[in-house]
Ligand binder design. Sequence first.
Ligand SMILES: Nc1ncnc2c1ncn2[C@@H]1O[C@H](COP(=O)(O)OP(=O)(O)OP(=O)(O)O)[C@@H](O)[C@H]1O
Ligand SMILES: [Mg+2]
Length: 240
Amino acid sequence: MLKIHNLFAGYGKVEVLHGISIEVPQGKVVTLIGSNGAGKTTTMRAVSGMIAPGAGEITLNGQRIDGLESYDIAKRGLAHSPEGRRVFATMTVTDNLTLGAFPRLTGSRPRGDVAADLERALELFPRLKERRTQLAGTLSGGEQQMLAMARAVMLNPDVVLLDEPSMGLAPILVAEVFRIIGRLKSEGVTMLLVEQFAAAALGVADYGYVLENGRISLHGPAEKLRNDPAVKAAYLGGGH
Ligand SMILES: Nc1ncnc2c1ncn2[C@@H]1O[C@H](COP(=O)(O)OP(=O)(O)OP(=O)(O)O)[C@@H](O)[C@H]1O
Ligand SMILES: [Mg+2]
């Protein structure tokens, strides 16, 4: 379980998050909704240690993780699939996926069966399976996005942060990504999801938070948010 309590974060002197609190219970999918620039990616970066939080507490399974380095946070079981397809361009698809399991291979996390999980990840993402020996940098943008998501799952994480996993994907692949998120959920994977397709995100999520200018303005069961007139008007229009 991930708990964010009264988190402040930003870049240099610019404060983006002004004290937000979010809970992601074990086995649940929680979505964070908000306009461009609201601070969704900043939230994820602060949780995974890509930026240092200014103040507040973040706990993973009851242990404080705020202020730790990204790698230490990953070792404790938090995986981050970042916005904008960050993959290792000069490595193959398979090697990128294996690297996602790095803390397991070095004994920092329970090892389990990495080879079996690699096969499972490739089954989950048939596109990647076809391209397993291809260099990641030569994949299409959408394929790289899927690789970033699959790599996060290779940690066998307690909590996964998914930042816009469908970004840049053709509609048929967007549907595929949501199918995969649903499948991971049914396997009990705990997720914090940020998606441009807010209606679809609320469809797969159990609970949602609305972030406005670095503050949580509303939160509640996903079903309730989906039917909330203000949420509908602000975030669920425009064919989303
Ligand atoms: N590296 C950075 N340095 C300075 N300011 C930044 C940096 N990254 C983001 N910001 C600013 O922080 C604010 C929040 O950005 P963030 O990326 O968290 O928004 P977001 O909710 O993820 O938006 P989007 O939906 O467009 O992805 C924005 O005003 C943005 O310009
Ligand atoms: Mg973002």
